[in-house]
Ligand binder design. Sequence first.
Ligand code: PHE
Length: 326
Amino acid sequence: LRTEALQEIQSATEMELIKDLKVKYLGKKGELTAVLRGMGSLSAEERPVIGGLANEVRAALETAFAQKSESLETAELEAKLQSETIDVTLPGASLEPGSIHPLHSVIEQIEDIFIGMGFEIAEGPEVELDHYNFEMLNLPKDHPARDMQDSFYITPEILLRTHTSSVQGRTLLAKEGEVPVRIIMPGKVYRRDDDDATHSHQFTQIEGLVVDRGVSMGELKGVLLQLIQKMFGPDTEVRLRPSYFPFTEPSVEVDIYHPEKGWLEILGAGMVHPRVLEKAGYDSERYTGFAFGLGVERVAMLKYDIDDIRHLYNNDLRFLRQFKSV
Ligand code: PHE
């Protein structure tokens, strides 16, 4: 029994087999256990002899099991280490560094310029209530100027905001009549437009709003001039044209001069309409303000000489790779 068992233990190549063998010899129904159980039927002289022998065999088997398990475990560990070896001399996989998207870059540049002039940044929801997108901006339900911006309505009261001016009312209400208000509000806006080289049903605006005592049209012009000269160079020519928005009075449109393309409109602006201030809880006798809304795509296209607005949305790597240094 001993010789046979020891041989089997020695030739076992897996831990599983060792476990089976333990059961086979030392388990409750094991062969050695059977011998020990059979002791009762032996004579008084035979018992100590066989008992001693059986114990010796058990000790020998236990030692053999222990040794074999240990050597198998070591072998398994070594095999595992071997299979997990990493060749540190192999060349690494090369990852192409990404770049900041030109639209995002323009937003950040403009934010930096305004932060430098003491502005804060605020944001509002893209899915907006008619109330903030129109009503608070002095555009009641039947106002003809609502047609200036063809909207995506979700329900009669909820729409995708058509301009970032919707954030004006929200931030003014949050300020609870406090001044000064100096904020810019970047974000996506949506209009029912057919997409082509210069139109997109989704685009990006940066809204600006200043409310305080004695805010003037002169300050509006100064702030916009700062912005434009920092973005396009100190010699850039700027033109303010009279215009109309229900939420500003007077209103202007601002063009910059491009040597090849001529005058190009980049933003709408004006003095905040007293009714807009009143609706948001500001005393229009004490305070005045100005606001502007700038088209980010326009600025990006002019600055980087991009001829089709759709380049800004398609994420074609051949396009995006050109902005690595921006
Ligand atoms: N909201 C206007 C637009 O999208 C722009 C604007 C903003 C005009 C603020 C005046 C004041 O066309």
